[in-house]
Write a protein that binds this ligand. Structure first.
Ligand code: GCU
Ligand code: CA
Length: 439
């Protein structure tokens, strides 16, 4: 089975509207997307507060997830644990009161009961507060989980099927093309021949590298029309580049992962590099795709979404490190909903994220460093860009931060936004294959 050893244990949730939490204001229900039976709308006053009484099984460090919604302006608060201010928290505007995001913080706790309180530092008061998640100790804390989130949530891959371990192309091909569900552990380097072959993955498969040992070299995977429920995780897929015959990637279509009209796919914690075409090509209404925590590096045509006149695809792209690429980081053409957050675009020579066609895109807390055209919008696309940091970058196609209102990702699923400034270091540590996954 998929190892869950690197996943976080489930945190304990304390709803702001339920005792023992105390809200110095009203419990409201007028903005959708809250969990439980409402949220705390504390009075807009300096003395207002939201306070939670939480239990810790042992003294130590607790990871807090504060879910909030906050209109359009930043509000500041002190985070007070057991009567002591442990840090200031700046709650950014979330764009709308129905847009909920989760801020993750770590604080010291005592064994037993603890009070965790938010005190606003100005008369603007607090944002609306939905809940507090608390996790104490337990498994080593990593910022990702073992199950798909975003638009691919609910994807189970080969769960329930047999688990097999492969080290040859013949075995890998036998199980990925099988009609039954399989969890396929890749436990070594598999050289694919002939070069550029894309193995045809059938429905209900998990293909997972064992620690950092699973390498697919000289080929990749294709998911064709009608394939659904596939997880590709913790693999290195690399090296079909043909720099002498085809420097522009025009003649040989050797992708790492191509998907044409497939559905429910999670691509997570892979390293994808040096292919002679796309690293990820999501084509022809391929849908309900989450691409998370990948190291996507050293490529020309990096990641494309589109090849369709329809506007149906729903795609989440988060916590990916796009490093040393040329173009398409990614290009998103005619996606119904594209949600990109906490990605790092790092040394991108031709173009960053290009949103085009009739795509509706929301890009949040993304760190751009050394990028030509960090993000740009064309066609009829709508773009909402917020929380970004842009350094050492240039704008050849014009900088448009927002066009239209796009959509509200929180109306589809909940997610945790990390502070943008933390993203590069976080991805250097946690993107790409991990020793704790796939054991
Ligand atoms: C609006 C909104 C409330 C929010 C308040 C505020 O009234 O409807 O949910 O709490 O603004 O500014 O705090
Ligand atoms: Ca309020």
């Amino acid at each position: 089975m998929l190892s869950q050893s690197a996943a976080q244990a489930a945190p304990t949730r304390y709803e702001a509207e339920n005792s023992p939490a105390v809200c110095s204001g009203t419990t409201d229900t007028n903005w959708t997307g809250y969990s439980g039976s409402g949220f705390c709308n504390a009075d807009n006053a300096a003395g207002a507060y939201a306070q939670f009484t939480v239990n810790a099984s042992a003294a130590g460090t607790a990871t807090l997830g504060i879910r909030f919604a906050n209109g359009t302006t930043t509000r500041a608060a002190d985070l007070v644990v057991n009567g002591s201010t442990v840090q200031g928290v700046s709650f950014e505007g979330t764009g709308a009161w129905s847009t909920w995001v989760t801020r993750t913080l770590t604080v010291p706790v005592n064994a037993g009961g603890n009070t965790v309180r938010l005190n606003p530092t100005t008369a603007a008061g607090l944002p609306n507060i939905d809940y507090l998640d608390v996790e104490v100790g337990g498994a080593p804390s990593v910022p990702y989980s073992g199950v798909p989130d975003g638009f691919a949530q609910g994807t189970t891959g080969g769960a329930g099927g047999q688990t097999v371990t492969v080290t040859t192309q013949a075995d890998l091909n036998r199980y990925v093309t099988a009609s039954e569900p399989y969890v396929i552990r890749v436990a070594g380097t598999i050289n694919i021949s002939p070069k550029g072959t894309e193995l045809r993955v059938a429905s209900n498969k998990t293909i997972v590298g064992v620690g950092t040992s699973g390498h697919i070299v000289g080929g990749g995977f294709i998911l064709r029309t009608g394939v659904s429920n596939v997880i590709i995780r913790n693999l290195t897929i690399r090296d079909t580049r043909m720099p002498d015959d085809d420097p522009g990637d025009d003649s040989y279509d050797y992708d790492a992962i191509q998907m044409d009209t497939a559905n429910r796919i999670w691509i997570d914690h892979n390293r994808l590099t040096r292919m002679n075409d796309g690293l990820i090509d999501s084509r022809k209404d391929n849908n309900n795709l989450t691409v998370s925590w990948n190291h996507i590096t050293d490529n020309n045509k990096t990641f494309g979404v589109g090849w369709t006149e329809n506007t149906t695809a729903r795609i989440t792209i988060h916590h990916n490190w796009f490093q040393d690429n040329t173009t398409r980081n990614p290009v998103v053409d005619n996606a119904a909903y594209a949600h990109l957050y906490n990605n790092h675009l790092d040394d991108i020579s031709a173009s960053g994220t290009h949103v085009t066609g009739s795509t509706k895109a929301v890009i949040e807390n993304t760190y751009y460093d050394g990028v030509r055209d960090p993000y740009y919008v064309s066609g009829n696309a709508e773009l909402v860009q917020r929380g970004e940091i842009v350094r050492n970058s240039s704008w050849a196609s014009g900088r448009v931060k927002s066009r239209g209102s796009a959509f509200n990702p929180s109306s589809f699923y909940s997610y945790t936004l990390h502070p943008t400034a933390d993203v590069p270091a976080m991805l250097r540590q946690h993107a790409g294959p991990q020793s704790g996954i796939g054991g």
